[in-house]
Ligand binder design. Structure first.
Ligand code: NAD
Length: 304
C-alpha cells in the first residue's frame, strides 16, 4: 500500500467535514470535495468552528488548530483530486448507485496502491468494491458523529478486501487516535445494526404513545447508561439519513426490525430532519440545544 500523505474526502456534509478534520489533524494533506463550492466552503467553515470551540475549551492548542487548517483545502474538481490522493474516504449520501459511480471513477483516476474507503453506515462494501477493478483495495472506514469526538472506527472487510488493506486501515485508526473494530461485510455491520434497531423501536414506541420522546431517551440514558438517548441520536444523525439507512437495512435483511416506522417517514416528508433543520423528534434552539418535544411527533391525543 502507498504511505498515506494525501487524502481526499468526498462529501462535505455531516460526516465528510469531520473526517477531513481528523485526517488533517493527524498531519495528512486533505482535499474536501463536494458538488458545489458553497457546500465545500460550509464544510471547511464547520471544521474551523469545531477547532475554535476546541481552543476555547482548552482541548486544542492554537498551534494545533492552525496546523490542522494548513493541511486542508477544498475543491469541486473530483477527477483532479482523485489523481493525487493516496486515500479516498467517500462520505456521500447512502445510495448504492451513487457510491458505485464514484468508486468506478476513483478506480480510473487513483494511483495503484491507493486505499479506497467508504464511510457507508449500512451498504455492502463488497458491492461498492465490485464497481472497481481493484476490490482488494476497497474497505469500509465507518466513522461516528461527531467524528472529532467519537473514539470508534469500524473497519469493514469486504469479501475480497486484502489483509494488507485491513492492516493499513488499523494503522490509520491508530494514527487518528481512534479505537478500531474489524467487522465482516454484513448489512449495518456491528454498530448500525444494533444502534438502528434501538432507534427504530424507540420511534415506534413514540408513535404508539408509550412515553414522551424525552422520557424514552431518559429511559436509555439513566436506565442503560447510554450517553445520548436513541431519539436525540436520530436527530443528530439526521432523520433523512436514518430513513435511508433503515430502508437499505430492511431491503437487505428483510426483518420487520428495520421496517421504517411511519412517524420517521412523516417527519422526513415534513422536512423535520433533526438537529440540522431545528426540528426532528425534538425542537432545537439556535445553539442546537433541545428546547422541547416536537408537537408533530407526538401521538394523537398526547399532551405536551
Ligand atoms: P450529508 O447529506 O450530510 O452529506 C453528504 C454530502 O455529499 C452533501 O454535502 C452532498 O452535497 C455531497 N455529495 C452528494 N453526491 C456527491 C458527489 N457525487 N460528489 C461529491 N459530493 C457529493 O450526509 P452524511 O450524514 O454526512 O452521510 C454521508 C455518509 O456517511 C452516508 O453513507 C451515511 O450513511 C454515512 N454516515 C452518516 C452518519 C451520520 O451520523 N450522519 C454516521 C456514520 C456514517
Amino acid at each position: 500500500m502507498r504511505p498515506i500523505e494525501r487524502a481526499l474526502v468526498v462529501g462535505a456534509g455531516t460526516m465528510g467535514h469531520g473526517i477531513a478534520q481528523v485526517l488533517a489533524a493527524a498531519g495528512i494533506e486533505v482535499t474536501l470535495v463536494d458538488v458545489a463550492q458553497d457546500l465545500v466552503d460550509r464544510g471547511l467553515q464547520r471544521i474551523k468552528a469545531n477547532l475554535e470551540s476546541g481552543v476555547a475549551k482548552g482541548k486544542v492548542t492554537a498551534a494545533a488548530k492552525d496546523a490542522t487548517l494548513a493541511k486542508l483545502c477544498g475543491s469541486t474538481d473530483l477527477p483532479l483530486a482523485l489523481s493525487s490522493a493516496d486515500l479516498l474516504v467517500e462520505a456521500i449520501p447512502e445510495d448504492m448507485q451513487k457510491k458505485r459511480e464514484l468508486f468506478s471513477l476513483a478506480d480510473t483516476k487513483m494511483h495503484v496502491g491507493a486505499l479506497l474507503a467508504s464511510n457507508t453506515s449500512s451498504l455492502s462494501i463488497t458491492e461498492i468494491a465490485s464497481a472497481t477493478k481493484r476490490p482488494e483495495h476497497v474497505v469500509g472506514l465507518h466513522f461516528f458523529n461527531p467524528v472529532h469526538l467519537m473514539k470508534l472506527l469500524e473497519i469493514v472487510r469486504g469479501a475480497l478486501t486484502a489483509a494488507a488493506v485491513v492492516e493499513a486501515a488499523r494503522a490509520l485508526a491508530a494514527r487518528l487516535g481512534k479505537t478500531c473494530i474489524v467487522v465482516n461485510d454484513s448489512p449495518g455491520f456491528a454498530t448500525s445494526r444494533l444502534g438502528l434497531a434501538v432507534g427504530l423501536e424507540a420511534t415506534r414506541m413514540l408513535e404508539e404513545g408509550v412515553a414522551s420522546a424525552a422520557d424514552i431517551d431518559t429511559a436509555m440514558k439513566l436506565g442503560y447508561g447510554y450517553p445520548m438517548g436513541p431519539l436525540a441520536l436520530g436527530d443528530l444523525v439526521g432523520l433523512d439519513v436514518r430513513l435511508a439507512i433503515a430502508e437499505a437495512m430492511h431491503e437487505q435483511l428483510g426483518t420487520d426490525t428495520f421496517r421504517p416506522p411511519r412517524l420517521l417517514r412523516k417527519l422526513v416528508r415534513l422536512g423535520h430532519l433533526g438537529k440540522k433543520s431545528g426540528r426532528g423528534f425534538f425542537l432545537y434552539d439556535d445553539k442546537g440545544e433541545i428546547v422541547g418535544d416536537n408537537p408533530v411527533a407526538r401521538p394523537p391525543g398526547a399532551h405536551a
